[in-house]
Write a protein that binds this ligand. Sequence first.
Ligand code: AMP
Length: 120
Amino acid sequence: MKFAYDDQNIFARILRGEIPNKTVYENDHALAFQDINPQAPVHVLVIPKGPYMSLDHFARDASPDEQLGFMQAVAEVCRISDLDDGFRAIANARAHGVQEVPHYHMHILGGRPLGRMLQG
Ligand code: AMP
């Protein structure tokens, strides 16, 4: 798999400050912000600051510091968002995963029972 990152995608533009976002948490390697079209009471997106297209791209090519910083951001989002009753983390990738924005992002969803994992 070859990864060709498009730096005009909307999350790249958010990272450059060209588009506003509702930031929940930020560190050196990751940004977490509210999803613009929330599917649950808690719906936060965690993205790396580096140019990675998908989870498998990030897992393959991101440095240990980037990977640690990303997971620390996930931990902080879960802590801040009062998710003691549980949550779901989703990373859609490419066509079969129905990924709309080609910059790796993890959805953190919660705040209500979420039902079974997959429909259809
Ligand atoms: P995915 O299908 O996993 O690529 O999901 C992309 C997500 O990005 C969707 O849940 C959208 O609602 C969300 N989204 C798109 N544009 C923005 C934006 N400008 N700010 C916040 N979330 C966005």
